[in-house]
Design a protein around this ligand. Sequence first.
Ligand code: Q46
Ligand code: ZN
Ligand code: ZN
Length: 321
Amino acid sequence: MTTKCSFCGEEAAIRIEYARLNLCKKHYIEFIERKVLRSIKRYNLFKPGDHVLVAVSGGKDSSTALALLAKIAKEMNLDITALHINLGINAYSEECVDKVKKLVEEHNVKLYVISLKDLLGLGIPEIARKARRPPCSVCGIIKRYLINAFAIEIGADVVVTGHNLDDMMAYAFKEFIGQNLEAIRKLSPKTETIKNLVVGRARILYDVYEDEVLRYALYTGLPFVSSKCPFALRESLELDLKKLINELEERYPSTKIGFIRRLAKNIEKYPETRNEYKKCTICGLVSSGNECSFCKLTRRVFGEPKGPYVRRKIREIIDRD
Ligand code: Q46
Ligand code: ZN
Ligand code: ZN
């Protein structure tokens, strides 16, 4: 006997155990859209008139975030711009750019693309080699810097990223294991904006399970890259933690959603980092010390810090359009 959708009686495609619902594809899509809208309101992620910058990588999470936002932009009076960074990781990056272009076209969102090779003359593999650091470590520094610099230059009020519930829970567990409580404080649905220094992040998929995101992307036919970056780690504490939390969810349904809601509620009980927001003496953007990690990294690779140059180039890219 087939299971029926709890809303329309059609054949159900999925059971949402924590909500005790069986859903057909159509009602599943509506369920996720309602859930995200509720999270946006619950966590007060936007105010009417906000200029929202969505950082889209081409993967399922940020593509879903962009598609969901594009749908509610009018209703919430949001102005949406997308930013993609072409990391110069050969065929993988080319596929990402293609998918992102299709996605923004389908959703009628203005897209800016920053190509690392055009900007710095090198892609992630070469920069990592020259810096003698793992690709993901330099990639993280560069992406964070470019997204923030771009958001500042374009005057965005908030940056949306594609982090889902499983990502946030795995980060929280990892920091808890290391008893790095100040890092847990940063895992809130929304982070702070400090004028001219850092633009706050809104994690609109905070309450959405990773497999729910994937299913939404598949059911709505979103263009996204399903292959992994060639540098993605196959083994890591974070990946093991994700496996563990999924096992917990299977044995004790609602573990994940219960955890993330309580984390959001209790976040201010975790200690804040002191002097978190210093200003880089070279480029003027946020830094934990005198010089930001991007200026330090580029000094090592290119012989001079590239922060000021990159900010100027980003301004040119924005002015060109
Ligand atoms: S893109 Fe960059 Fe990831 Fe590739 S090099 Fe690592 S961090 S795995 S999300
Ligand atoms: Zn239905
Ligand atoms: Zn700097």
